[in-house]
Design a protein around this ligand. Structure first.
Ligand code: SF4
Length: 296
């Protein structure tokens, strides 16, 4: 059995930036405590557990009204402007950990709306990145499950959520142009997502892809999808090594391990190391500690 690790895989710059920002806030005596995060900083439950262990509270929008003092951190996925205005109106401290790649998408949308384009936003329904965008801007949401295209045929632009499959984006763009829509291609899938998917789509001589990541992580889901859809390889998602106790891997000869952009390096390395050195020693047990999940 050959076990390979995809390159790249795991943490992206946006996730590293968000974690670094929060760690710096924890350590900065000038930052008013307690620290709150409005939602999941990034989509990984181990990271969220590690942050909670550092006295950080994860809150929802409804909780904001109960807060009397402290600092609220906005997550990497972006936040609706009306929520930001609410926090400011309550005179609470605010720190923005939105990924610069997500901010770039907001800027692109603003630019096209100013030029009177109809913006079609290809995204995942109820994902926080999509929620912020459809709350802030007058865009038409289209999803891969519901490709309802507009009646207008011109002055259209197709913008995407940062973590979609780039081949799905191209597929939707081709469908729109085939229907006669004159549409600008403005794919805004981030580099980290693109590179992780490309490593899986280009993989050769692999009969199983193991994707390590959280069920809420969209780029993790996309890695599972693109392995099957665009490289015809069986793929499974696990959160950590212990999930592999449920699988019989003995029938596979070449396994590729990859991971979503919010999966801690420690989890990926543990999966890879155990598969390489203790493959036959089930049940697998994770020996990681909470602080390991925040390291990179
Ligand atoms: S996956 Fe892309 S958009 Fe999301 S945090 Fe990472 S770099 Fe930013």
């Amino acid at each position: 059995m050959i076990i390979k690790k995809a390159n790249p895989c795991g943490f992206c710059s946006g996730v590293k930036g968000a974690i670094t920002k929060v760690i710096n806030l924890i350590e900065d005596p000038n930052i008013e405590k307690p620290l709150y995060i409005l939602g999941y900083l990034v989509h990984n439950r181990f990271i969220n557990d590690a942050l909670k262990a550092k006295d950080i509270k994860i809150i929802t929008e409804e909780d904001i009204f109960q807060i009397k003092k402290g600092t609220i951190v906005l997550t990497a996925h972006g936040t609706p402007n009306k929520t930001i205005d609410l926090i400011k109106s309550l005179n609470l401290n605010l720190v923005d950990a939105t990924c610069p790649k997500v901010k770039h998408i907001h800027k692109q949308i603003e630019k096209y709306l100013e030029d009177n384009y109809q913006v079609l936003f290809l995204g995942v329904k109820n994902h926080p990145e999509t929620n912020a965008i459809i709350s802030n801007y007058n865009v038409s949401l289209i999803t891969l499950d519901d490709l309802s295209f507009p009646k207008e045929k011109s002055k259209l632009v197709l913008i995407s959520q940062s973590t979609l499959s780039y081949l799905d984006y191209q597929d939707v763009y081709k469908k729109l142009t085939a229907l006669g829509h004159k549409i600008i291609e403005a794919e805004t899938i981030c580099n980290a997502t693109y590179e992780r998917q490309k490593a899986v789509i280009d993989a050769k001589d692999v009969d199983l892809v193991i994707v390590v990541g959280d069920p809420l992580s969209n780029n993790t889901k996309m890695l599972v999808l693109v392995a099957k859809k665009y490289n015809n390889i069986n793929s499974i998602r696990i959160e950590n090594i212990e999930d592999l106790n449920n699988y019989d891997l003995s029938k596979y000869k070449n396994i590729l391990v990859t991971a979503g952009a919010s999966t801690p390096s420690a989890i990926i390395n543990e999966v890879f190391d155990i598969l390489q050195t203790k493959f036959n020693q089930k049940p697998y047990k994770s020996l990681l500690k909470l602080e390991d999940y925040l390291k990179f």
